[in-house]
Design a protein around this ligand. Structure first.
Ligand SMILES: [Zn+2]
Length: 177
């Protein structure tokens, strides 16, 4: 079976995937921002220069192109043409992803992968990210009580209830434990 993309299209896909600030990445950043998260980009001091870093939650988010990182979806299929070239190349990429996640784990960082195909529908992406981050927060906070995040208003702010100190009702920074 031939590559379902034309050579021009394939080349465009590859260059896009290699670049920073890809559309899927911008979508994830936008959704995170609307959910009230603060993050940093492409921190060079962390293994693999993760796309998005949430220091407060000791979490990094990798936005992976489905083809380049071998997602098990339609976009992730390796073209039969030139498979001798693609199979080892893509396997190497996947191995690098695994290695980086391991290194990050050793340093105390949690890795989350968001696939390109999960970013197409912005509303779905937002719900997915909210759920993923809620799990992260529940694991890091003693008493995981979070304010409800209105998924459709875009104005939600994550505000974990403080369990010690302060006692105020304002949403201040929660110390990392
Ligand atoms: Zn995919």
């Amino acid at each position: 079976m031939a590559d379902r993309f034309s050579p021009d299209k394939r080349s465009e896909i590859m260059s896009r995937i290699r670049a920073k600030n890809t559309l899927p990445e911008v979508r994830v950043r936008s959704a995170l921002h609307r959910l009230g998260f603060r993050f940093r980009l492409h921190r060079k001091d962390l293994p693999g220069k993760p796309d998005i870093v949430l220091p407060r939650w000791k979490t990094v988010i990798h936005v992976h192109g489905c083809f380049w990182h071998g997602h098990d979806c339609r976009e992730g299929h390796i073209p039969k043409t030139n498979s001798g070239y693609w199979v080892p190349k893509l396997a190497k990429n996947r191995q690098r992803d695994v290695d980086n996640a391991e290194k990050l784990k050793t340093l105390g960082w949690r890795s989350i992968v968001i696939w390109e195909c999960e970013t197409v529908e912005l509303q779905t992406l937002k719900v997915h990210l909210r759920d993923v981050m809620r799990t992260v927060q529940e694991e890091l906070i003693d008493v995981p009580v979070l304010t409800e995040l209105p998924v459709d208003s875009g104005a939600g702010t994550l505000c974990p209830r403080r369990t010690k100190g302060g006692g105020g009702t304002t949403c201040g920074p929660t110390p990392l434990i």
